[in-house]
Write a protein that binds this ligand. Structure first.
Ligand code: PSZ
Length: 276
């Protein structure tokens, strides 16, 4: 039997109901997190729930349960679904009310969630992916993990239409991030990635990988760079909860570069494997 979180409670999946007046449907008015589970154990759950709370605050929403209660609830769901290797998805919408742009601060937030088996993408991590370079058309609060992801989904579709696995976005020539991942370049043994500003989501995997790189003795420059410098990179990879550390073997579209999967990317993949 599959269980889900419905309005903050764990119930049988078939019995879950979504209200058609949920503000998530009307406006994409909500937030989410995706948390990786390895061997039945959530990975960096504390960082994810903290970011969930921060996303809520930035959208003038209030979490209706404490972070420790939320962690307990998610752990209970993992156990009930006997999830071994996969993800937990959790989201909170602002509430249920007839369509109206103006929200009230008395809305009762709706927390839903589910789990899904998902093994690591070993083949992609071994061979690398092709990425499509395109304009970043998103709003100016990409630091918030909102369910409103139109810019991201259009970029992902555009990438797939060019047989690429991920879109790498740039804003006026400055590279920001992937449609659902963060980007790292390596040049002369130094790692470069966009700083954690309002223009990117500060990925949990990004933060873990920056920590691991520093522990391994590498310098990490959290600096914005123009898309033209991609041509001079020695190595490149993306990070995310589901892709972990995935090498890039080519950039296509507005930048055309072919890359080998390099030794530092491999070293970081190994370090990440140990961290799991
Ligand atoms: O399963 C999926 O489709 C997932 S799991 C994580 C994401 C998608 N996306 C995370 C993400 C993102 O959406 C953007 C715009 N930038 C960076 C990331 C990476 O964040 P973490 O490392 O926290 O998953």
């Amino acid at each position: 039997m599959e269980y889900v979180i419905d309005n903050g409670h764990i119930i049988v999946a078939d019995q879950a109901k979504i209200d058609r007046n949920d503000r998530g449907y009307h406006f994409g008015d909500g937030i989410y997190e995706v948390i990786r589970v390895y061997n039945g154990k959530p990975f960096t759950m504390d960082m994810h729930v903290k970011r969930f709370e921060e996303s809520a605050k930035k959208l003038d929403m209030v979490l209706t349960l404490s972070l420790s209660k939320l962690e307990e609830l998610l752990m209970e769901l993992v156990k009930k679904n006997a999830l071994q290797d996969g993800i937990i998805y959790v989201q909170m919408t602002r509430g249920i009310s007839p369509r109206n742009h103006l929200y009230s601060r008395n809305e009762k937030a709706v927390i839903t969630g589910y789990t899904q088996e998902m093994p690591s993408k070993v083949e992609l991590q071994q061979n690398g992916i092709d990425v499509w370079v395109t304009d970043d058309i998103r709003w100016l609060r990409c630091d918030i993990k909102t369910i409103n992801l139109l810019g991201n989904v259009l970029a992902k579709r555009e990438a797939a239409d060019h047989d690429c696995h991920e879109a790498i976005q740039h804003r006026n020539g400055i590279v920001t991030e992937g449609s659902s991942s963060n980007l790292f370049l390596i040049k002369d043994r130094i790692l470069y990635t966009h700083p954690a500003t309002n223009l990117i989501l500060n990925g949990i995997t990004r933060q873990v990988v920056i920590g691991l790189a520093k522990e391994l003795g590498y310098e990490v420059f959290e600096e914005a760079f123009p898309k033209d410098v991609i041509e001079h990179a020695d190595e490149a990879f993306i990070t995310s909860t589901t892709s972990e550390v995935t090498p890039i073997k080519s950039f296509q579209g507005q930048v055309e570069v072919t890359l080998e999967v390099g030794p530092i990317t491999r070293q970081l993949q190994e370090a990440f494997e140990k961290e799991k």
